[in-house]
Design a protein around this ligand. Structure first.
Ligand SMILES: Cc1cc2nc3c(=O)[nH]c(=O)nc-3n(C[C@H](O)[C@H](O)[C@H](O)COP(=O)(O)O)c2cc1C
Length: 243
């Protein structure tokens, strides 16, 4: 881990299991097994709707954290719409690709990964959202849902959601300019991104629940990121709400 108060903050606020906690070895083996199926495939997403949808105030008034989901797949269009709302490009301004959510210095430190479980036309697996061309890059194939829920302090609804977004922070994108203060900005950025996603979800009839309680190292290990550079900071479960 890099030095500095921001990185120290990350380190000291991590949730961690006790060393040698029960099931640790089994968990690690499951993770390794899933990670054997490495893929590198680009999946273009359907063009998002930039005009229509629910009125904003209705979406705000209706949004609730939903923790019970139906076993029903979500369309690729809906996933694309939620990702676009979270971090889609809305304007090219010189060298900058400005997005739906504001970002300190337009540096966009928050990346989005998708653990897809039930999305029409997407194999279950881990995907990385590429805002510049509204596409996904598949990383791994397999059902990560049990490991994901387990890594989030056994919040089982994460294994029932149709997909789970993981918001990561790529620290250096913001700290090269703002130093340690950049850590404040990164978390503010993530709030904007996640709120946009949850309002888009509700306006598509979907339910979502933000989750910040998780074992950082385990989610990072599922993602395959180096936490000195990039770390999971927030999750969002999405699926059809149970009536
Ligand atoms: C930063 C943050 C972290 C949260 N983490 C969790 C979580 O780990 N698990 C969970 O079930 N809900 C989590 N929530 C959802 C809150 O419990 C929920 O927003 C709150 O109870 C208000 O309900 P509402 O979202 O339906 O308005 C989190 C919310 C925020 C903003």
């Amino acid at each position: 881990m890099r030095e500095g108060i921001g990185h120290q903050f990350q380190l000291e606020t991590k949730y961690q299991r006790e060393p040698y906690s029960p099931g640790a070895l089994e968990r690690q083996k499951k993770r390794e097994r899933l990670k054997e199926k490495l893929v590198d495939r680009v999946i273009p997403l359907p063009a998002p709707d930039r005009e229509n949808g629910w009125p904003l105030f209705r979406a705000m008034n209706t949004r609730r954290s939903v923790r019970e989901y139906q076993k029903k797949p979500v369309s690729l269009e809906a996933l694309s719409q939620v990702l676009w709302a979270a971090a889609g490009v809305t304007l090219k301004a010189g060298d900058f690709l400005l997005r739906t959510a504001p970002s300190a210095g337009a540096l966009y430190p928050v990346d989005i990964y998708v653990f897809a479980r039930e999305v029409v036309g997407l194999a279950p697996g881990l995907y990385h959202f590429v805002p510049a061309n509204q596409s996904l890059r598949q990383r791994y194939e397999g059902d990560f849902s049990e490991l994901l829920a387990d890594a989030a302090l056994n919040q089982d609804f994460l294994a029932e959601a149709s997909f789970v977004l993981v918001f990561t922070a790529v620290f250096e994108r913001t700290t090269w300019k703002y130093g340690a203060r950049g850590f404040r900005y990164i978390y503010l950025d993530a709030g904007h991104v996640a709120q946009n996603a949850s309002l888009a979800a509700v306006s598509l009839g979907l339910g979502s629940c933000p989750v910040a309680a998780f074992f950082d190292d385990e989610i990072n290990s599922l993602l395959g990121v180096n936490p000195a550079r990039e770390s999971a900071i927030y999750l969002l479960a999405v699926g059809w709400p149970r009536p």
